[in-house]
Design a protein around this ligand. Structure first.
Ligand code: EPU
Length: 421
């Protein structure tokens, strides 16, 4: 298993480009299953999760055509089996995103039930109930979700999400795009990735209104297809590099990004003392050599502060001036990184869903272990500010969501290298 070795203490300074958004690319790839002619997706990030989705397509008999810039052309007409097997689903929960499109387009699907994961039990009951509301018959049997559309196809429905679910909203919106009649989804997720998916579906011929609000109206159409779509920039990758620069007292300009998707994050970075300047597709953050001030925050669905940036802000608070309180309301068990940071000298107390972080004058490099994607990113940030060397084990988690992380950090002056193991 590869490891990262980071020698801390360098103030980051430089410019990098942001990749396409993982959490937009995955549902958009799933949406290509709805098409009855080839669809081309551009600006896909070069990430392990994307490769897993493409491998899943391969298992179903679809051979996406990939060019050297990682644009992918998918022709779903080639599909042979309607099964997403456990050995792939267990490595990537987002495989559940093929369920809605397959039932809507081909009338049936079998998708392995994702298990729990490092950040909580994460059920998929809303995905199932949404499809049932559209008339699908669903049995959960032998670890698989077996879904069948009624004769004549799914029927548009009004569906209310008891909890805001990002992939739940995406799955039901994709299914509704090919259902008969109108669907109205209420308490829908407002995440920018949901909007990006809606825009891709619209480019494929779907009739969707209200994406980005909590009520999405979809008028089902008979066919979808024949589009080229470019995935939005990754707002969490963007935020992660901004926090890394802030934690080291440095400066960074991130390009090819979208500042309008980062409101709550930029606000907290300014509160921490950063000078933030934005252009149409770039953000510059300058800490002017200062130590950050501790910030308090509560995670919640968009447009509130994203749970996917929580771990990185714990790392920032760990070396900040003052005490910050971080409350996690989206996932029940997303503080695994705290235990690793304690090994580096951080002062953090966790009680229930609240972490109280008292900024330390210094962190010290130590061997640590990555437990999930964003936890790994927070350990990288802690390592960048720690004295001496930090060895981060199990970095396959990082490769699921950060394209070329060591190259990008090296461009900013960090001392980071990968050791194969
Ligand atoms: N939930 C249910 N039932 C459901 C679905 C969700 O109870 O049927 C609960 C979950 O257990 C959780 C909450 O609802 O407590 C929100 O989960 P959501 O469904 O929104 O999460 P997700 O769609 O599985 C996506 C991202 C995550 C991100 C969350 C929250 C993708 C592929 N994944 O997950 O990204 O943390 O939304 O914003 O879009 C990451 O990139 O590191 C990551 C984990």
């Amino acid at each position: 298993m590869d490891k990262l070795i980071i020698t801390g203490g360098v103030r980051l300074d430089g410019e990098i480009r942001i990749s396409g958004a993982k959490n937009s690319a995955l549902p958009i790839l799933a949406a290509t299953l709805l098409g009855d002619s080839p669809i081309t997706i551009c600006n896909l990030p070069h990430l392990h999760d994307i490769t897993t989705m493409i491998e899943l397509f391969g298992r179903m008999g679809i051979e996406p055509i990939i060019d050297e810039k990682l644009s992918v052309e998918v022709d779903a007409r080639a599909i042979k089996t309607l099964v997403a097997p456990y050995e792939l689903v267990k490595t990537m929960r987002a495989s559940i995103l093929v369920l809605g499109p397959m039932v809507a387009r081909f009338g049936e699907a079998e998708v392995a039930l994702p298990g729990g994961c490092a950040i909580g039990s994460r059920p998929v009951d809303l995905h199932i109930r949404g499809l049932e509301a559209m008339g699908a018959k669903i049995d959960v049997e032998a670890g698989y979700i077996k879904a069948k559309a009624p004769e004549g196809g799914l029927v548009g429905a009004n569906f209310h999400f008891d909890m805001v679910s990002v992939t739940g909203t995406e799955n039901i919106m994709m299914a509704a795009a090919l259902a008969n009649g109108r669907s109205v989804l209420t308490n829908a997720a407002r995440e920018p990735e949901v909007v990006d998916l809606a825009n891709c579906l619209i480019a494929m011929g779907a009739k969707i209104e209200g994406a980005g609000t909590d009520t999405i109206t979809i008028d089902g159409v008979k066919r979808l297809g024949g589009a080229t779509f470019s995935v939005m920039p990754d707002r969490i990758e963007t935020g992660t590099y901004l926090v890394a620069a802030a934690a080291t007292g440095g400066r960074v300009k991130v390009k090819d990004t979208d500042p309008s998707t980062l409101g709550a994050v930029l606000e907290k970075l300014e509160e921490a003392g950063a000078v933030v300047t934005c252009g149409p597709d770039w953000i510059e953050l300058d800490m002017q050599g200062k130590r950050p001030k501790a910030v308090s925050l509560v995670t919640a669905p968009y447009p509130e502060f994203p749970t996917d940036m929580q771990a990185q802000f714990i790392a920032l608070n760990a070396i900040a001036d003052g005490v910050g309180t971080i409350v996690e309301t989206v996932f029940e068990n997303r503080f695994m990184h705290v235990h690793e940071m304690l090994r580096m000298g951080a002062q953090i107390q966790v009680e229930g869903n609240t972490a109280t972080v008292t900024g330390a004058e210094r962190l010290v490099g130590a061997p640590v272990m990555a437990t999930d994607l964003r936890a790994s990113a927070s350990l990288v940030i802690a390592a960048l500010v720690a004295e001496g060397d930090t060895l981060i084990d199990r970095i396959y988690h990082i490769d699921r969501g950060y394209e070329c992380i060591e190259e990008k950090l090296q461009l900013l002056g960090a001392k980071i290298r990968r050791v194969p193991g």
